[in-house]
Design a protein around this ligand. Structure first.
Ligand SMILES: *Cc1c(COP(=O)(O)O)cnc(C)c1O
Length: 478
């Protein structure tokens, strides 16, 4: 019996051997992967920002019992995955909210996955947890939070907003019944988060916005006072530090005053704009964010990381801990004092990717000054785009950008303006050289240029203006 088992185990070990490539095989695989990534990155400068989908659907996707040749698989990834659809890494990708995807972060991911440290608990990976806490503390400091703040890295802005809303619920609305205040331009993930947090049916006041698409503080004051008079408790005020559609920043300092006066939790959705606090132009636009109770951030947007990293910071870190810490017999929180709280106690997750390395490594290698400069450049590129388009006859431009998103549309002298802009956007997207996306303002279609990739510079903006003028000309704009 034992002898039979031993020989079976030898055979199984043999069969499982492809899971552990030796040093030479690892080196070969890495050489192929690095060459592949270098080709992809090398093509970005001249390649299109959008391509058709055909190649994504051409190959069958089956799962083989026997391993395949890595070179063939990389060719498949290049053909069927890297190329089709939007090239979000392109300098000419200016749709939605870009980020670009820093290469240093890819290296950080590689190192984190290779060592596979267990970054959820201090007792398992003290160095990793210390690094994550230091990284979250740095984000909190960038926002202007005082000592005692804490934060956690999430998969993105949606999870960051959800984490903040659950924190606010535990701190101020445990039994429900409190009212929520936000504008209609709040990101749809807020609605989702309220639902998931069991507060989808909480009394909700949609506060009107002004001509610059910013929440009207006077209307918020009225709504808060009306609820107080009616015996409804203000629970949660949610402001945007940069909306997705027009980049508008709500009047954060005025909103902070009101939230404080009425005892409401003040949450800022800064997934797009919050981390512009790193540069002078951003700080000038975001005053008051430091008075929030919680802020949702997205390093995979405004710190240019590849997708997969958001963050939430809480002014009083204890609130985050109180909302999410839990204990169980199989978890032994040993010796955590030196490295700070375990990420598992600050978030709904337990086992997770060691996210901090992909944020820490580029900050260390490139230096914080490079991030500041890139952010200032984005804000000034948006001002430049706005100024150029404002001077061009036949175009209508929304108010000067608060941050780095500019909404605009063509104004043909005759014909259906809405149809013209729908056609214009479709044509630009199909052509693919640049990628812009659209939104609706007052029910009408507008185009938007969201400038946020670290790869986007003046030449890309000049080219975007040329493409707009040429394409609109082809459609008959005089
Ligand atoms: C992007 C964004 C979100 C959602 O973040 P994800 O990272 O996509 O989950 C929420 N709010 C704002 C303002 C955003 O820009």
């Amino acid at each position: 019996m034992i002898e039979a088992l031993r020989s079976e185990l030898v055979a199984l070990r043999q069969a499982a051997a492809p899971l552990e490539p030796d040093a030479d095989a690892r080196a070969r695989l890495m050489d192929l992967a690095v060459a592949h990534a270098q080709d992809f990155l090398g093509d970005l400068a001249d390649g299109p920002a959008n391509r058709g989908w055909d190649d994504a659907l051409a190959d069958p996707l089956d799962f083989a019992e026997d391993g395949r040749d890595p070179a063939e698989l990389l060719a498949y990834i290049g053909r069927a995955i890297d190329r089709p659809g939007i090239t979000t890494a392109s300098p000419r990708f200016m749709g939605y909210i870009p980020g670009g995807g820093l290469f240093h972060s890819a290296v950080g991911d590689f190192l984190a996955a290779s060592a596979n440290k267990y970054a959820g608990f201090a007792s398992a990976a003290p160095g990793a947890v210390r690094l994550e806490n230091a990284t979250a503390a740095w984000l909190a400091k960038v926002i202007g939070f005082p000592e005692g703040a804490a934060g956690t890295l999430t998969s993105g802005g949606s999870m960051a907003n959800l984490t903040a809303i659950v924190t606010a619920r535990e701190a101020r609305d445990e039994d429900g019944g409190g009212a929520v205040y936000m504008s209609a331009t709040a990101h749809h993930c807020i609605d989702k988060a309220l639902k998931i947090a069991g507060r989808g049916k909480a009394p909700r006041r949609l506060i009107p916005t002004d001509a610059r698409h910013q929440m009207r503080a006077d209307a918020l004051a009225e709504a808060l006072e009306r609820d107080r008079a009616d015996g409804i408790r203000p629970w949660l005020v949610i402001a945007s530090a940069g909306t997705v559609d027009t980049g508008a920043v709500d009047p954060l300092a005025d909103i902070a005053d009101l939230a404080q006066r009425h005892g409401a939790w003040f949450h800022v959705d800064g997934a797009y704009g919050g981390l512009f606090m790193l540069c002078d132009e951003g700080r000038a636009a975001l005053g008051g964010i430091e008075r929030a109770d919680t802020v949702a951030l997205d390093p995979h947007k405004t710190l240019f990381l590849p997708y997969g990293t958001g963050a939430v910071v809480a002014r009083d870190g204890q609130m985050l801990f109180d909302a999410f810490s839990a204990s169980a017999d199989y978890i032994q929180p040993l010796g955590e004092s030196g490295v700070g709280p375990s990420p598992g106690d600050l978030s709904p997750e337990l086992t997770r990717h060691f996210r901090a390395l992909r944020l820490w490594l580029p900050l260390q290698i490139a230096g914080v000054a490079a991030f500041r400069a890139a952010q200032s450049e984005k804000i000034k590129l948006a001002r430049y785009f706005h100024a150029r388009l404002s001077e061009m006859p036949g175009w209508e431009v929304a108010s000067a950008p608060d941050l780095s998103v500019v909404a605009f549309r063509a104004r043909p002298a005759s014909g259906d303006v809405d149809r013209f802009n729908d056609d214009l956007l479709r044509r630009i997207q199909q052509d693919g050289r640049i990628f812009l996306s659209g939104t609706r303002i007052g029910g009408a279609p507008w185009l938007r240029c969201a400038i946020l990739s670290f790869r986007t510079h003046l030449d890309a903006i000049d080219e975007t203006i040329d493409v707009l003028a040429r394409t609109a000309g082809e459609l008959g704009l005089e």
